[in-house]
Design a protein around this ligand. Structure first.
Ligand code: GDD
Ligand code: MN
Length: 387
């Protein structure tokens, strides 16, 4: 994918007065603060007030990117936007995702400098002013609010969460070739042009937008850290769940081998591997322990493994287009049919190879490889219909 710069020509016949009036009455924002929200209604007012306090004499705007929260966050933001033009709402529908919300928020602005910050007051808005100053007076590309730089902190996190975060930090830096003191930070300020240079390679998976941007840049970014203390969430609940870890793994995979193999396929193949374990466990239970006839036990094990594979793929590989209700049932039927034909292809290839070279293990592995690719390709067409 390549990007093209677009030159905007202003037509000659637009009367000059239009520009004069606009210039006199409105000052275009120099800084846009992007705030992703999901059910954050009770935090909106406080975060706007805090940003306003933190940025005197700066023409700022704040853009909430809301994924159609059920608590009415978006309409609440619009109400405020009706009286304060510095406040905007980007209302998304039918999608979820912190990273993609930040990306679209940044793309909706014309400001030369953009910041990303959470709505829940955990990120210290008072750092924004210094961040803006640094970008305006130095050649830094990005300023990161860091919990791990000297003077920063994670507040009263329990030990295991702090340790997890440290380990993830190491892995992230090591694998993506970045050297950020807090690569998981969701609080940073960046030049819009630097963001645009990373845009064509962004993965936009999961929660870790800063890591994504720094790993996607064509050149090494000049990063400046601003320490801050991670505060307690003001209202509402965290949206981090067990899915975040999986999305982190996918982001790392996408940033490393994703260039060669699609991340979805990696996820699909890993889950396929788990299916083998399920199969063997069920077979052992039914055949070895309970003593059911081998063929019957084998059939039951196969169906169980197909079903767990289907459910895991639905929850993880295709979490962005998860099937529910009656569609879940239909998906299961089509997935079973896909896997059945995949098994025929698997055995066919293995037999054919074995007949030619009698290397049993190589033949079996080749059969499995063909089966996995078949199942992946066909289920993406028939079970989870990707565009
Ligand atoms: N639009 C949108 N869509 N917003 C979301 C979504 C989503 O799917 N999920 C979460 N958000 C919003 C929340 O409403 C909140 O404003 C912000 O993103 C962060 O979500 P939290 O649930 O508060 O995450 P956290 O506090 O555990 O972690 C945050 O801070 C860490 C430290 O900087 C995140 O920003 C992490 O990525 C970050 O590492
Ligand atoms: Mn939070």
């Amino acid at each position: 994918m390549t990007m093209q710069a677009v030159e905007v020509e202003i037509e000659d016949d637009v009367p000059d007065t239009v520009f004069k009036i606009t210039k006199a009455t409105l000052k275009a924002a120099e800084l846009s603060v992007i705030v992703p929200t999901f059910n954050e209604r009770d935090n909106i007012k406080a975060v706007i007030a805090a940003v306003a306090d933190a940025l005197p004499n700066i023409a700022w705007e704040i853009i909430f990117v809301d994924d159609n929260s059920s608590d009415g966050t978006a309409s609440f933001v619009r109400e405020i936007a009706r009286i304060d033009p510095r406040v905007r709402c980007l209302h998304r529908f039918g999608r979820r995702g912190l990273s993609s919300a930040c990306v679209e928020g940044i793309m909706s602005t014309a400001s030369p400098i953009v910041a990303v910050m959470d709505a829940d007051r955990q990120h210290d808005e008072r750092a924004l002013f210094r961040m803006f100053e640094i970008l305006n007076t130095t050649d830094a590309d990005i300023v990161v609010g860091s919990r791990y730089a000297k003077g920063g902190g994670v507040g009263d996190w329990d030990r295991s969460r702090a340790a997890m975060s440290r380990i993830a930090t190491r892995i992230a830096n090591w694998i993506t070739g970045t050297s950020l003191s807090d690569p998981m930070s969701g609080f940073f300020m960046i030049r819009r042009e630097v963001f645009f240079r990373a845009l064509p390679r962004l993965s936009s998976i999961g929660f870790k937008i800063l890591l994504d941007i720094s790993a996607s840049s064509d050149s090494r970014l000049k990063v400046v850290d601003i320490p801050y203390r991670f505060r307690l969430r003001q209202h509402g609940a965290s949206k981090l769940d067990s899915m975040v870890l999986w999305e982190f793994v996918l982001l790392i995979l996408d940033k490393t081998i994703g260039r060669y193999i699609p991340t979805r396929f990696i996820s699909f193949a890993l889950i396929g591997g788990s299916g083998v374990l399920v199969h063997i466990a069920v077979l052992t239970l039914l055949f070895k322990i309970i003593g059911i006839a081998f063929t019957d036990a084998e059939i039951a094990a196969t169906f169980t493994a197909i079903t767990t594979n289907f459910l895991l793929n639905n929850a993880l590989t295709y979490r962005d287009q998860r099937l529910n209700g009656i569609k879940l049932l239909a998906g299961w039927v089509s997935f079973t049919l896909v896997c059945a034909t995949g098994a025929v292809a698997n055995v066919g290839i293995a037999n054919w190879m074995f007949a030619n070279n009698s290397m049993w293990l190589t033949s079996a592995l080749a059969g499995i490889a063909v089966g996995v690719v078949w199942n992946y390709a066909m289920s993406s067409i028939f079970t989870w219909k990707t565009e």
